[in-house]
Design a protein around this ligand. Structure first.
Ligand code: 5GP
Length: 194
């Protein structure tokens, strides 16, 4: 998606540790018009495929998913919550995720009553790196017995293994921008032709 790539080129900052900082429009200050265009693009890419609900993960996924939902017939958005607390009453799906940006593990939960077995779920998130966040969401989908229609990602770092592995597993994965390489010394970012 050229508009997203252009914003990454003009405002993205390449950090050491393969981190791309895009907080001026995606992760901290939110450009809602860009979100809207991203939602329209996913709607085009997933046209004709069933979507009853969008699943994402807090925090950055929420805004993107909510705006995208407007392009999918206003389906509800459910976000996995990060939590420290242990709830043993069995009313939640839970899984452990390793955080790419913080380098530690955390628990995420989704209330069972917000995922209905058999429904069709589109997963949306801001970044795809090693795939840990998505694997956690996919585990929750599997536990809930929902069917994953596809995965919409804003920025995939194509030089990290998450995207390749998910496509190999047969998921319909649509990343709006795929970074093939980025250099913290020069700031140069190269995108994959799509
Ligand atoms: P993964 O779980 O695929 O390794 O990493 C994806 C998650 O880590 C995303 O939800 C995102 O929050 C965060 N993340 C991974 N790489 C980057 C990056 O380069 N920049 C930013 N801003 N977040 C990232």
């Amino acid at each position: 998606m050229k508009e997203l790539e252009d914003r990454i080129l003009s405002e993205g900052i390449v950090r050491e540790g393969d981190v791309l900082k895009v907080d001026s429009f995606l992760n901290h200050r939110c450009d809602t018009q860009l979100y809207d265009h991203m939602g329209a693009e996913w709607a085009r890419l997933f046209a004709g495929e069933p979507v009853d609900k969008i699943l994402t993960i807090e925090a950055s996924g929420i805004g993107i998913a909510c705006v995208a939902a407007r392009h999918f017939g206003n389906v509800p958005v459910v976000f996995a919550r990060k939590t420290e607390s242990v709830n043993l009453d069995g009313s939640q799906y839970r899984t452990q995720i390793h955080s790419y940006t913080y380098g530690r593990d955390y628990q995420v939960i989704v209330a069972k009553r917000f995922l209905t077995p058999g429904e069709h779920v589109l997963i949306i998130d801001d970044f795809l790196a090693n795939g840990c966040a998505l694997n956690g969401l996919l585990k929750i989908c599997e536990d809930a017995g929902v069917s994953v229609t596809g995965i919409g990602i804003a920025v995939e770092k194509g030089f990290q293994p998450g995207g390749k592995s998910l496509r190999k597993r047969g998921y319909h994965l649509e990343s709006l921008a795929i970074v093939d390489s980025m250099d913290p010394a020069t700031g140069r970012i190269v995108f994959r032709e799509q």
